[in-house]
Design a protein around this ligand. Structure first.
Ligand SMILES: Cc1cc2nc3c(=O)[nH]c(=O)nc-3n(C[C@H](O)[C@H](O)[C@H](O)COP(=O)(O)O)c2cc1C
Length: 192
């Protein structure tokens, strides 16, 4: 067998979302982040549109992101403004080693949903790569996700979409066990 299937099964099943409050101060080496991005780039992509677009924030960049998203939230929320949400948006990136914004580029080659699906595959590659390195990560779609007003900041065009953020850092705790209902509940086999 070309690959160690047992190891791959273990990797996939032990992948977990790990949140910024669980990260240490240790900064992830740039070479590792580049591997995470490289693996994202090998996701399946219908008609090879390669629609994933990323912007990587680290070091002082994390504060720039934190300030930007908190202020945009304030500007757009109007009467619905909540100080707690603002504070969280300002804090969360600063608890990370790296935050990568996840964008989908609009192409006219396939239905938009297929480009979104390709980006989701790319993010799963990132999740698995971080897990393999023992790095905690999660895809967050809160805050300013989907806000067109944010596109320019994330180097996205008007027709592109911000799908959220991939938060990364070394975890203070072990990866917890996951929780899924049986796959048999979600599959129908047709055999005869
Ligand atoms: C598209 C997408 C968006 C998500 N957005 C959030 C989010 O905004 N906040 C959050 O706490 N978790 C978010 N998650 C992570 C899920 O909560 C997490 O995958 C789920 O609880 C299962 O846990 P696991 O990833 O550890 O298996 C998101 C996951 C996906 C796929």
């Amino acid at each position: 067998m070309e690959f160690n299937v047992e190891e791959i099964n273990k990797l996939i099943r032990s992948r977990r979302s790990m949140y910024p409050q669980l990260y240490t101060d240790q900064v992830i080496d740039r070479e590792i982040v580049e591997q995470v991005l490289e693996n994202a780039n090998w996701a399946p992509t219908h008609r090879i549109t390669e629609p994933w677009r990323f912007k990587v924030f680290t070091g002082k960049g994390l504060e720039i992101l934190a300030n930007y998203q908190a202020e945009l939230y304030k500007k757009l929320s109007g009467e619905k403004f909540e100080q707690k949400k603002y504070d969280k948006l300002k804090l969360k990136p600063t608890q990370c080693s790296h935050v990568i914004s996840i964008g989908v580029k609009k192409t006219d080659k396939v239905p938009e949903i297929e480009d979104i699906e390709a980006v989701a595959c790319a993010v799963q590659n990132m999740y698995l790569t971080t897990r393999a390195y023992g790095i905690g990560a999660y895809w967050g779609s809160g805050g300013i996700t989907y806000k067109k007003e944010a596109n320019e900041f994330f180097d996205l065009g008007e027709e592109d979409t911000l799908l959220g953020f991939f938060f990364m850092g070394y975890p203070k705790i072990d990866f917890p066990e996951g929780n899924r209902t049986p796959i048999a509940n979600k599959v129908t086999w047709v055999e005869e």
